[in-house]
Each structure stands twice: as structure tokens, then as C-alpha cells.
Design a protein. Structure first.
Length: 419
């Protein structure tokens, strides 16, 4: 399906710093040693109630990754999915009396608009689950062939669903590093079905769900049905990026089971080593201390803030005020601080001449390249703005240079307020 329009990313003079990121699997922060074409997959939305600030924070985090890779001279092959066929979508469609497909299409459109508003760089391949059923069917076939998947005995409840043997890869658990107890808890909480009778083990993950009454279905050798969740991202990523791609990303709530199983499925199907080199997770955004989620309903939506006159750069600055790996809350105080900051930066940039931009831009790059230290990066620009507003005019082209760097590297627009 189509992606969204790309903002222009200006080139930044000076030298880029190589990007270092924290990898959940190894627990280490190290250089992303990508080839000329860096390959990144980021899990997309389940399109039924978007885009809240938690979603925005996660996609903005990977937008920074993208921008830093570009700055370092890479081309980026970015792939993102939408989970446009899944239980929560059906439940919302049923509640609202709309067709699930229409709901998914409408919400995906809204998401695209929100991403464009926030000046998020679009994926090259934006892929709906419903577009890739054949890829899933093929991969489930590979897993069955290799003996790493099995069909549940239909005598149990009438449905011969296909499941993945969770221990089929020798190092299952390497991605999240969860203990068995943590796995059991997270699996039950995040879309798993530990109590489904007929499975060999409670942690085995659904690959193909045979059609239940009222549910959409597609043909397969195991009967009409629909894909499980993890196999979808596994197939979409592998078929576009290959194995051993650079970055698999998402929110921290996806570390287990979703990313663990996406990786394990692809590794078991191909026997070709690891799925991704880095597993990168953005922490959770809450509202006044409680995790923001569609199921809890405590949402602040991007489009509502924007409609209230909050400019996109202020949303970006509010979310970037904390580090991406730190759970944090949105609040009026965060919003006020971001507004004040955007105002200071704009006033400083508008002076034209200002404090030394070369040093500020180098420091900004260094902070961002160090595992996206956005609090440090904002502090660098704050100091430059403070010095400039205090009267330092030593660098005649400073305003434009800093505005360009802040635009390219942080996605923050300091020109005329837009939209
Ligand atoms: N479609 C699946 C991924 S394949 C999914 O998790 N969709 S989602 O709509 O529930 O979430 C989309 C992205 O937003 C995921 O990366 C998720 O981890 C992230 N996300 C959801 N809630 C929050 C939150 N409160 N804070 C930060 N990120 C969040
Ligand atoms: Zn995913």
C-alpha cells in the first residue's frame, strides 16, 4: 500500500558521528555498522485508534534513527507493517458497527496524516498484513516442513490451528532475555493464548488460525483462516530485508513475545542465523503516570493536540525531552516546557548571527549519535540559544546553520509555524 509523503531532509555541513544504539538482545550499546544501505524494520500500528502520543514517541524514535543514518551517509531501506487483521480491530469494528476492513483503512489514513504532520520520514515499503497472506502461508509451510510447527488435533475443539514450537530455535529467549516466569506473564498479557487446549506447550505461538464463524479468512493448505501476529512481521521483514538486517524496532511492550517470536520464526524457517543485528525498543509513554493505551482509553492523540494549535515541533520536543529508553509521562508541564523551548530556539535562530554554530552542531550530532541522547541534544541547542539571546553574535551564519541541523537531525522545524 502507499506510504506517506516525505519531508525534505537538508544536508548538514560538517562531519557526522557514527550512530551507536542499545541492543536489547546483547544489553550493549554499540555502533550500528550498517552497509551503505541500512536496513530497518519497525512494527507498525494495529489500525483501530491512533495516533496517540505513545505511538508517536515510538515512531519519532525510529525517525531519529533514520535521520542519523542518513546523516552518516547511508541510504535507508525502511519497512513498516500494519496489523490490519487482528482481534482488537474486529472488536472495535463490532462495537462501532463498522466493517473491520473499512475501519482499518480509515485509521491507516489517519495515521499517515499524523506521520506527515509530525514530519516523520516514511517507510519505503509500507505493507498491510492483508497484502501478505501468501507470504505468511509460505513461511508457515516452511516451518511445518522443518518440523518446527504443528497442527493442533481438531478433536480438541474442532479447530486445527497451526502453532510454533517455541523452543524450535536453540537460543530462544536471546532477544528479550526474559526469564521463564517473565515470558509466561508477558505472553498471557500481550496477545498470547497460554490456556488454549491442544497445544504442546503454553508458550507455543499461533501461526495460522482456522476460520471461526464471522471472521475473515484466506485459503491455505491447512484450511481457510488467517495469520497469527508474529509470523506476519517475520515474513514481511525477511522477504524485503533478508535475514541479519540492521534494526528491528518497536515499543518495549513488543520485546516479548512479539519480537522474540518474529525472530525465532524467521530463524527456524531459514536456518540462516539471526533475524536482526539490533533489537531496539522505545520505552512507554504514559499520561500523568499511567501507560497510554488504546485498551485503557487514556489517550492524548496527535491530531487533537494539533487541532488545539500545538505545533508538531512542540510535540516532538515534548517527547524528546526524555530519553527514548526511559518510561515517561506526557503532561501539561511537559507541553509548556516544549513550547517555551521552541519559542527560545526560534527567537535565537531568527537573529541570524549568533553563538558558534559549528561547535553546537558537532555537539548536537555527538549527543544524538550516542544512543539518541535527546535530553543532551536539546541541552546543547538550549545553550546555543541562551548564548545567542544573551547577545553573542560571533558567528554570522549561526541561525541558519542551527535551524538546518535541528531540522535534519531532530525533525524540528523552526521556520514559519506550519499547519
Ligand atoms: N501492530 C502491532 C505491531 S506489529 C502493534 O503493536 N500495534 S500497536 O498499534 O499496538 O502499537 C504500535 C506501536 O506503538 C508499537 O511499537 C507499540 O510498542 C507502540 N506503543 C503502543 N503504546 C505505546 C506507549 N504507550 N508508549 C510508547 N509506545 C507505544
Ligand atoms: Zn510487528
Amino acid at each position: 500500500m502507499h506510504s506517506w509523503p516525505s519531508p525534505v531532509v537538508p544536508a548538514v555541513p560538517g562531519e557526522a558521528a557514527p550512530l551507536r544504539l542499545h541492543d536489547t538482545a546483547s544489553g550493549r550499546t554499540s555502533e550500528v555498522a550498517a552497509d551503505r544501505v541500512a536496513r530497518m524494520y519497525v512494527c507498525g500500528i494495529t489500525p483501530y485508534d491512533t495516533t496517540h502520543l505513545g505511538h508517536a514517541a515510538t515512531y519519532l524514535t525510529f525517525d531519529l534513527v533514520y535521520r542519523l543514518l542518513l546523516d552518516a551517509g547511508h541510504e535507508v531501506h525502511y519497512v513498516q507493517n500494519t496489523t490490519d487483521v487482528d482481534d482488537p480491530l474486529f472488536e472495535r469494528a463490532e462495537r462501532d458497527g463498522v466493517d473491520w476492513k473499512e475501519l482499518g483503512d480509515r485509521e491507516t489514513d489517519l495515521f499517515r496524516e499524523d506521520m506527515e504532520t509530525l514530519r516523520v520520514l516514511p517507510p519505503r515499503d509500507y505493507v498491510a498484513a492483508t497484502e501478505t497472506i501468501d507470504e505468511v502461508v509460505e513461511m508457515v509451510g516452511e516451518l511445518l516442513e522443518r518440523g518446527t510447527a504443528y497442527v493442533v488435533d481438531p478433536a480438541v475443539d474442532g479447530y486445527a490451528d497451526v502453532y510454533y514450537r517455541h523452543r524450535a530455535t536453540p537460543d530462544f529467549g536471546y532477544e528479550s532475555n526474559y526469564t521463564a516466569a517473565e515470558m509466561a506473564e508477558a505472553f498471557a498479557e500481550r496477545g498470547g493464548d497460554p490456556d488454549r487446549a491442544g497445544k504442546e506447550h503454553p508458550l507455543d505461538a499461533l501461526l495460522w488460525r482456522v476460520q471461526r464463524p464471522g471472521e475473515p479468512s484466506w485459503p491455505s493448505p491447512w484450511g481457510a483462516g488467517r495469520p497469527g501476529w508474529h509470523i506476519e512481521c517475520s515474513a514481511i521483514a525477511r522477504n524485503r530485508l533478508g535475514m541479519d538486517f540492521d534494526i528491528q524496532g518497536g515499543g518495549s511492550d513488543l520485546a516479548f513475545p512479539h519480537h522474540e517470536f518474529s525472530a525465532a520464526h524467521a530463524e527456524a524457517a531459514t536456518g540462516e542465523g539471526r533475524f536482526a543485528r539490533f533489537y531496539v525498543h522505545a520505552a512507554m509513554i504514559g499520561l500523568d503516570g499511567v501507560k497510554m493505551s488504546k485498551s485503557l482509553g487514556n489517550l492524548v492523540r496527535v491530531r487533537e493536540l494539533h487541532a488545539q494549535g500545538v505545533e508538531p515541533s512542540v510535540i516532538r520536543l515534548g517527547l524528546a525531552a526524555g530519553h527514548y529508553r526511559q518510561d515517561r509521562s506526557w503532561s501539561d508541564a511537559v507541553l509548556d516546557e516544549a513550547r517555551t523551548r521552541a519559542g527560545n530556539w526560534r527567537r535565537a535562530v531568527d537573529r541570524g548571527a549568533g553563538a558558534d554554530a559549528t561547535a553546537a552542531v558537532a555537539d548536537l550530532r555527538a549527543r544524538l549519535a550516542d544512543d539518541l541522547d535527546t535530553p543532551g541534544a536539546l541541552a546543547v541547542v538550549d545553550s546555543w540559544a541562551d548564548a545567542t539571546l544573551a547577545g553573542d553574535e560571533s558567528d554570522p551564519g549561526a541561525g541558519e546553520a542551527v535551524a538546518t541541523a535541528v531540522d535534519a537531525l531532530l525533525g524540528v522545524w523552526l521556520g514559519d509555524e506550519r499547519g
